[in-house]
Design a protein around this ligand. Structure first.
Ligand code: PMV
Length: 360
């Protein structure tokens, strides 16, 4: 498929007003996306677990307007008007207008809520952008008289979400999503996320992710800046090659259920992501002392107990603790006894693999 496939034919239905609602989850990458070309085309393929409980719900109300010259919308977070969100959404609308030519015909009210605290350091861009993209594709579906398959609907939502925030394209479906062309993964492509198409061992069913909130503050360096620093990065090409290799290895790990190999690959990916930040120019560090304390405690616990617990990191200081469902009891006990002290205000969120967005 190409970008052209997402440009619609003329809309034959006319609708004056309406309202659609979508809840869309966050996701956590196992092989990371770090470095991009124009329009959020990734430099390397990535794969993520879709989460279940960390979600954004967006209600999109729309009403026809007289003047079609400009975009017109208001944004609310938890009932409060958020004019500071508007520039980001305006940029998003400009990027996607060619694929959704009805955007200037309506005034939109975008009402959004997150299940996780706003300033938790958990990126709301993946869940937020995917929820908005899904709402917009739902509006388009009402304007089109032709049948729209579920498959195309999800592809278009993922394609549009990608234009809002790259990793958001992996939040439409679950439970494992690949985004970015990989030679050994059928259907994988740079334009939108696809469901991982091969066998996944029982060991990964209902995999758990407890997110330890180490630092809820604003990041010193945004992901946009971080991605851009990969352009002139000395190790960039090697890193992109490594991601292809790691995804290749993961295909057999997911099939065999080899948790030791899974741990080695996932932790190496997390530290490589941060190593890229630390070796950018200018260089920077997003991990905090407590991030390292937690990582060391996890390694000690794993060695002493034989647990299959491991960690991964986003572009921030928080730690995602990943573990099989059958270890839930002892791992939560370990987190409560030994890790909570490193979390800001003792705050953590228990989540697990999920199956994607839902409309209501
Ligand atoms: O989607 P962005 O542009 O916010 O990039 C986020 C990239 C990471 O979260 C660090 C890794 C990933 O693949 O999700």
């Amino acid at each position: 498929m190409t970008e052209q496939d997402f440009i619609p034919k003329a809309y034959l239905n006319s609708i004056d007003q309406g309202r659609v609602t979508w809840s869309s989850p966050s996701n956590i990458a196992l092989v990371k996306y770090w470095g991009k070309k124009k329009d959020q085309i990734p430099e390397n393929p990535s794969i993520s677990f879709t989460l279940n409980d960390c979600k954004t719900t967006t209600i999109l109300s729309f009403s026809k307007k007289e003047n079609n010259d400009d975009f017109s919308f208001d944004v609310y977070l938890d009932g409060d008007k958020k004019d500071d969100f508007k520039p980001k959404i305006e940029t998003f609308f400009k990027r996607i207008e060619v694929y959704l030519p009805f955007l200037k015909n309506y005034h939109f009210k975008i009402e959004t809520t997150n299940t996780f605290p706003h300033s938790s350091g958990i990126a709301s861009s993946a869940s937020g952008m995917s929820a908005l993209a899904l709402c917009l594709v739902s509006v388009e579906k009402e304007l089109i008289t032709d049948f729209v398959s579920n498959e195309f609907f999800n592809q278009k939502a993922s394609f549009l979400a990608r234009l809002g925030s790259g990793s958001a394209c992996r939040s439409i479906e679950g439970d494992l999503i690949v985004w970015g062309k990989h030679n050994n993964i059928k259907g994988s492509n740079d334009l939108f996320g696809i469901k991982y198409p091969y066998k996944v061992h029982e060991n990964f069913k209902n995999y758990q992710d407890t997110i330890l909130l180490v630092d809820k503050g604003e990041k010193q360096v945004s992901s946009t800046i971080g991605h851009n620093l990969m352009y002139a990065h000395s190790f960039a090409q090697e890193r992109f090659k490594q991601a292809h290799g790691n995804l290749n290895t993961l295909i057999s790990v997911l099939e065999s259920g080899d948790l030791d190999a899974f741990i080695a690959l996932v932790e190496s990916e997390a530290l490589t992501l941060h190593a890229m930040m630390m070796t950018s120019m200018p260089y920077y560090i997003l991990m905090k002392p407590n991030t390292l304390e937690i990582i060391n405690k996890i390694w000690i616990f794993r060695k002493q107990s034989g647990s299959k617990i491991c960690f991964t990191l986003d572009a921030g200081a928080n730690v995602h603790v990943l573990y099989p469902e059958n270890e839930q009891g002892p791992v939560i006990e370990f987190i409560k006894n030994e890790l909570v002290g490193y979390c800001q205000n003792g705050h953590y969120i228990s989540d697990r693999i999920g199956f994607g967005a839902q409309s209501s």
